[in-house]
Design a protein around this ligand. Sequence first.
Ligand SMILES: [Zn+2]
Length: 211
Amino acid sequence: MYVLALSDEVVPLVYSLNIRDHFPTVKLILGCGDLPYYYLEYAVTMLGVPCFYVHGNHDAPELTGNGEVVAEARGCTLLDDHVLRHQGIIFAGLGGSMHYNADSRYQYTERDMLLRVLWLTPHLLFNRLRYGRDLDVLLTHAPPAGIHQGSDLAHRGFRALRWLIEWARPRYLIHGHIHQNYRMGTKTYTHYKHTVIINAASHRVIWLDLH
Ligand SMILES: [Zn+2]
């Protein structure tokens, strides 16, 4: 299945009247955080496909044109702290970044993230028994520790996410958040044990090869 992963910036190619011509094969949108909700809603409406997303550290309530305040992307499914199956593919989401200031509700200490990971584990164990695997795609905002991470605290990866991919063996971890120097040859694909880790900052069409 082709998915369109979006993260961190509004891309004119996506926020375009010709979006369907640009992404004709996409069957699902994955939002990795730090995006305006209207942008995800636009992509969902125009492409006519579902969207699963997680929050980024910069996500905040948004004022719509009608004067309404929205705190989630309408018509999209928030995947944070959830596990779900879609067309036989198992997805889970853990958004947010490392805690570095008090400005956002989507910042977590390493301990916070570990608790969120532990909260998911019974669901993943159920999948292991029921489907023979824990998880296919883990959607996050921040990367795992030591992979694609930045040098400052805000962009450091989580050890808990690294432990999770070692334990649950997802085929993919798709993240955003790391977009500094993105166009200067930053590594965006890494194979680590059983998992391909993909930095989707900006936008990326990904073929989920799961069969
Ligand atoms: Zn971020």
